[in-house]
Every structure is written in structure tokens, then in C-alpha cells.
Design a protein around this ligand. Structure first.
Ligand code: NAP
Length: 343
């Protein structure tokens, strides 16, 4: 019988890719959603292996009974379900209490390992951080700073992840955490997601200029692959894995997009023409490379993201898009000054 893995938020941007890759590896997947029969999850049934090895169940992260039913008999749990916005009344409970419930119930159920999707927002948002030191396992966002700046997503995710570690230690649960940065690439789900909105505004004319910020990016398939490798590698538990390919200044991101898709009204000017380009934080993705990860170069996932937006009708389809450069030839000048602003 196939080994069973539960994926919370299975129909989401990263969750859908995790389900796809698990099914492709022969695993049985129990996906969760707040509404298991929601038409927005219908795309999951079209995945190879879904008919034989996918089940979907309704889970309310605040209702432990629903989590108990979802985790029963599972070898692993990958917890991706989370709101992604800065409305405190709507985010704090599902993220903080929801994550605590996932860890408690997984420990009760004897799950072998839980992999939590955290966020780079739990690491870099700290005014006392040394900008020249790469983020590491002990880098945490400053909660007071998050509150003061109303970064409620980072605030909630930081408390949730810290709580998960504390609880996992107390319960003897094997926990590992994947820390994605801005994730882009092909959308499997029919609806728009938060991180894809990040580039949509540059394609629609919604942004006339770009901001003076730098952020780290990663391919959605690589983010999913990272969760699976971290779940499966015998010694991968007990640490935080930054899942990032590279950092780009927003100007460089726009230049790559414009090089691939010159038909769109992609901004060419920075909103801030006075200050030097802001740098991003430093990070290392070596721990994931040590698990065999190879990170897809940015021009590929930007290309796939835009194609996907065209295919799903979020943007018009120009007739003459450029051919994607070969994978081995990343665009020139793509290593840019680094700085991370909020997601
Ligand atoms: N995408 C990124 O750039 C990025 C970067 C860093 C970290 N992350 C983290 O990665 C995980 C997945 O992100 P994603 O981009 O795949 O997000 P997504 O597309 O929005 O999917 C997340 C899923 O979570 C569920 N969800 C949303 N609000 C919820 C709530 N209030 N209570 C319970 N479930 C809720 C939804 O499933 P149902 O509606 O079916 O219940 C949704 O499909 C999240 O934990 C996110 O914080 C993402």
C-alpha cells in the first residue's frame, strides 16, 4: 500500500505542486481544504495518480477533531494552509492556533515527521539584524518591530513557527521547517495567489514604476520539491531550510520580465530616483542543496509564471513572445544588490 502523506491547504499555489510531486513519486495524498468539495480544488483531480491515490477532506485548523481525522494513518504531514495578508483579525488565529493544533494533533497521531511551511518573514524583519551576515537557523524577526510596522503576516508566522518548535520539542515530535521566499512559476490552481500578484502589476500597467527594494525568489516547483525532500530525508528533521534561488532588485526583476515579454508595459523607472538601490538580506540555500536540490534559474520561473497567467486568462496573450533562453544561460547582470521588503 502506498505511504500516506497529508498536505494541508492542498489546493493552494505551493500545496498543489506538493500534491502533484508526491503523487508522481507514488505516494498516497490526503489533501485538506476548508471546503473539500470546493470547485477551486478541482484541478487536483486532473493530476496524474489522483484518481487512484488522492483523497480530499475538510479541515478547520481550529477544530482538532477534523485534524485528527485528516492525520490518522499518515506517515507525514506537510502543513501549508495559511492565510497570506496583513489583516490581524483574520490571520492571527488560523496561523498561530492553527499551527499549534497541527503540531499537537500530529504528535498525538504518531506522525513520523511534520514539515511546516513558514516564511522568510519569520527571519529577516529585524532592525537589529547584521545586513552582512547570512540569515541562519537562529535568525528571527523582531515581534515588536512587526507589530509597530503592522506586518501582521510576519508577526503571526513568527509566533507560529516559534510555537511549533517549542511544542515539537516538548512532545518529541520530528519537525522540519521550509522557509520559502517570494514563490513564482506555473499556477496549477485556477485562482490568483498572493505571490503571483507580485508580478501581475508589472504586466498589466498597474505599476508605472518599480519600488526601490530587493527580494529573494524561488520557483514554485522547487519550493514544493524542498518540502518533499525535507519530509523524506532521514536526517532532515530539526532544522529550518531557507528555500530561495536568488535575490533581485525590483529593477532587475522588471528588466528580466521585459526581456522575456517586451509586449507588456513593464516599468523601466524606479520610484525612488534619489537613493542607491536597496540591498537584500543574505541567505544560504546550501542545506537544501545538501539534500540534492537544484534551483531553477529565475528567467525560467518568470517565463512559466507569465505563460501561466496568459493561459488562465489573467493577462492578454501577445502573439510574439520571445523564446525562452536555454536553462544553462541565466540572464546577464542578474546578480543585483540585495534587500528584502515585505512579501
Ligand atoms: N507563495 C509564497 O510566495 C510564499 C512565501 C513564503 C511562505 N509561503 C507560505 O507557504 C504556504 C503556502 O502558500 P501559498 O502561496 O501556496 O498560499 P495559497 O495559494 O494562498 O494557499 C494556501 C491555502 O491555505 C488555505 N487557507 C487560506 N486561508 C486560510 C485560513 N484562514 N484558514 C485555513 N486555511 C486557509 C487555503 O486553502 P482552502 O481555501 O482550500 O482551505 C489556501 O489554498 C503558506 O503557509 C505561506 O505562508 C508562501
Amino acid at each position: 500500500m502506498a505511504v500516506l502523506v497529508c498536505v494541508t491547504g492542498a489546493g493552494g499555489f505551493i500545496g498543489s505542486w506538493i500534491v502533484k510531486l508526491l503523487l508522481a513519486r507514488g505516494y498516497a495524498v490526503r489533501g485538506t481544504s476548508r471546503r473539500a468539495d470546493d470547485p477551486k480544488n478541482a484541478h487536483l483531480w486532473a493530476l496524474d495518480g489522483a484518481a487512484e491515490r488522492l483523497t480530499m477532506v475538510r479541515v478547520d485548523l481550529l477544530d482538532r477533531d477534523t485534524l485528527r481525522a485528516a492525520f490518522h494513518g499518515c506517515d507525514g504531514v506537510i502543513h501549508t494552509a495559511s492565510p497570506m495578508h496583513d489583516t490581524p483579525e483574520e490571520i492571527i488565529e488560523p496561523v498561530i492556533t492553527g499551527t499549534r493544533n497541527v503540531v499537537e494533533v500530529a504528535a498525538d497521531a504518531g506522525v513520523r515527521r511534520v514539515v511546516l511551511s513558514s516564511s522568510i518573514g519569520t527571519m529577516y524583519m529585524n532592525p537589529h539584524r547584521d545586513p552582512d551576515a547570512p540569515l541562519n537557523d537562529s535568525s528571527w524577526s523582531d515581534l515588536e518591530f512587526c507589530k509597530r510596522t503592522k506586518n501582521w503576516y510576519c508577526y503571526a508566522k513568527t509566533i507560529a513557527e516559534q510555537g511549533a518548535w517549542e511544542l515539537a520539542r516538548a512532545r518529541g515530535l520530528d519537525l522540519a521547517v521550509v522557509i520559502p521566499v517570494v514563490t513564482l512559476g506555473e499556477l496549477l490552481q485556477p485562482s490568483m495567489n498572493t505571490s503571483t500578484l507580485h508580478i501581475l502589476k508589472y504586466l498589466t500597467g498597474g505599476a508605472r514604476t518599480y519600488v526601490n527594494e530587493s527580494q529573494a525568489y524561488v520557483h514554485v516547483r522547487d519550493a514544493a520539491e524542498a518540502h518533499i525532500r525535507v519530509l523524506l530525508a532521514p536526517n532532515a528533521g530539526g532544522r529550518r531550510y531557507v528555500c530561495a534561488e536568488r535575490t533581485l532588485h525590483r529593477g532587475e526583476l522588471c528588466r528580466i520580465l521585459a526581456g522575456l515579454f517586451p509586449e507588456y508595459p513593464i516599468p523601466t523607472r524606479c520610484k525612488d530616483e534619489v537613493n542607491p538601490p536597496k540591498k537584500g538580506y543574505k541567505f544560504t540555500n546550501q542545506p537544501l542543496k545538501d539534500l540534492g536540490m537544484k534551483f531553477t534559474p529565475v528567467h525560467e520561473y518568470l517565463h512559466e509564471a507569465v505563460r501561466s497567467l496568459q493561459d488562465k486568462g489573467f493577462i492578454r496573450k501577445p502573439s510574439d513572445t520571445k523564446v525562452l533562453p536555454s536553462r544553462s544561460a541565466p540572464p546577464q547582470n542578474s546578480i543585483v544588490p540585495m534587500f528584502m521588503s515585505k512579501l
